[in-house]
Write a protein that binds this ligand. Structure first.
Ligand code: NDP
Length: 479
């Protein structure tokens, strides 16, 4: 199988004629060839997006809302395909791909259709004048997304960009290009206007960098690692592009002594190991009140041991492979480092070799490390795999200090039976998103994003619509 770029409504071979191998990480097999695009392909995509911009931007918003709904409907028809493709491309369990990736990719279009439909244009009366705010699209926008939630994160950007009248040049991760390609097939099937969405496949430093550098791309919405985020900012900021950066995390799950411990153990295990720990919001540091540490740890380990690592194609698999063999080596090197740093493996700790067809898959046991210092490398650097460390605290203030010790500030959760205490603690944590007694419980209207090195700006609801709009205030003096 070979996929192509999607430019001006047509599947298009890369100008340089070269392709990259795309692997299924759960089997180690090559499943597709994908274009190894460069700046010439990006140039063509930008030209197509510029050509499509005036007529797309001039459509009444309600017509664009209708297009979003048409895309959602057409994606719904291919929901099983999305889940299967995503599972094969990422190694994640099919059940997770159905429940999270496929559902949310469709919901993103439905949500932004409804949200934009309800958008009320702002007006401010003065004693002698009226201000009204009009929204124009930013123009051609660049969307760059990672491999952990491929279509979910791509559509989270595409839907608001579209509905606000922008045209798009998108680059998914070269590790997970297949559902972006599926979306392009869906666009073709509904005769979506050509050139409004263009998808370029290829490597970050070539295809991605060309998007960042292109002078006609007026905004960049980027989700990915913090070190790549620095490159994005360094390239795009001096060109005064609008920038949204959703970056890495090293989130704390805090278990207070008054928590319902079995529920908290389930929650902490799910927060640490969903998608093999490859969700930016994963709670990879579990901070436990020392008063309940000895009671809590066996419950946590029991939950983790009950997670079935297996063939992602099987419905009863809880944990699939990690994204690649290279990433597996990186994650396992952190397990080695944890031991050197004085950590003790409480459960897991190694690669798992499964039977065929997964004998060459990149599977790692869900791993918990005890006894690490809170400022050790393993407890402060983003591992982005199925490895979590546990730490004890003796007061709520100490829990807050520990939670805030890293360079990151994306998310976190607090588990307690006292909501006042939980809220008070949550509010002191330097993060964009906090949960009390739950995790990954999302209302798409709420602001989503990080503080510190976890990002700049917010997405979600009005924040996404504002990012993808240029606001102009017109002040009219009364007669
Ligand atoms: P990367 O930063 O490696 O890549 C993200 C995207 O950027 C990919 O499409 C990549 O392409 C591209 N890219 C890489 N280099 C450049 C460049 N020089 N110019 C332009 N684009 C470039 O992240 P990962 O894909 O490894 O994803 C994991 C990271 O994403 C984790 O740190 C995680 O925390 C973060 N993340 C953050 C989220 C949030 O909402 N805050 C949500 C999900 C993930 P290619 O893959 O081809 O190299």
């Amino acid at each position: 199988m070979q996929i192509e770029n999607f430019i001006d409504g047509k599947f298009t071979t890369p100008r340089n004629g070269t392709y990259l191998d795309n692997y299924n990480p759960a089997t180690g097999e090559v499943i597709t060839k994908i274009p190894n695009s460069d700046n010439e392909d990006v140039e063509l995509a930008v030209k197509a997006a510029q050509k499509a911009l005036p007529s797309w931007a001039d459509l009444p918003r309600i017509k664009r809302v209708e297009w979003l709904r048409k895309i959602a409907k057409a994606l719904e028809l291919r929901k099983d395909d999305i889940a299967m493709t995503e599972s094969m491309d990422t190694g994640k369990p099919i059940s997770l791909a159905k429940r999270v990736d496929a559902s949310r990719s469709i919901a993103n279009f439905e949500f932004f259709a409804e949200h934009a439909e309800k958008l009320v244009d702002e007006e401010y009366e003065m004693a002698d004048a009226t201000n009204y705010v009009i929204r124009k699209p930013v123009g051609v926008v660049g969307l760059i997304t990672p491999w952990n939630l491929p279509l979910y994160l791509l559509t989270w950007k595409i839907a608001p960009a579209l509905v606000m009248g922008n045209t798009i040049v998108a680059k998914p991760s070269e590790l997970t290009p297949l559902t972006a390609n599926l979306l392009c097939e869906v666009l073709t099937s509904i005769q979506f206007p050509s050139g409004v969405i263009n998808v370029i496949h290829g490597l970050g430093p070539s295809a991605g960098q060309a998007i960042l550098e292109h002078p006609q791309i007026k905004a960049i919405s980027f989700t990915g690692g913090t070190s790549t985020g620095k490159i994005v900012a360094q390239t795009a900021a001096p060109m005064f592009k609008k920038l949204s950066l959703e970056l890495g995390g090293k989130n704390a799950t805090i278990i207070l002594d008054d928590a319902d411990l079995p529920t908290a153990a389930k929650g902490a295990a799910r927060a640490a190991f969903t998608n093999s720990g490859q969700v930016c919001l994963c709670g990879s540091r579990i901070l436990i009140d020392s008063k309940i540490y000895d009671e809590f740890m066996p419950l946590l380990i029991k939950e983790v041991k009950a997670m079935k690592v297996g063939n992602p194609a099987k419905e009863n698999t809880d944990i699939g492979s990690v994204i690649s063999h290279t990433h597996m080596e990186k994650v396992l090197s952190y397990v080695d480092l944890a031991k050197q740093e004085g950590g003790k493996i409480a459960t897991g700790g190694g690669r798992i070799i499964l039977p065929k067809p997964n004998s060459n898959g990149a599977f790692i046991e869900p791993t918990i490390v005890e006894g690490l210092s809170i400022d050790s490398r393993c407890a402060t650097e983003e591992i982005f795999g199925p490895v979590a460390s546990v730490h004890q605290f003796t007061s709520d203030d100490e829990a807050v200090r520990m939670a805030n010790i890293t360079e990151y500030g994306l998310a976190g959760s607090v588990w307690t039976s006292d909501l006042t205490r939980g809220k008070s603690l949550a509010e002191k944590i330097e993060s964009g998103i906090l949960w009390v007694n739950t995790w990954l419980h999302r209302d798409l209207r709420t602001p989503f994003g990080g503080v510190k090195n976890s990002g700049v700006g917010r997405e979600g609801g009005d924040w996404s619509l504002n990012f993808f709009s240029e606001l102009t205030n017109v002040c009219v003096k009364d007669e």
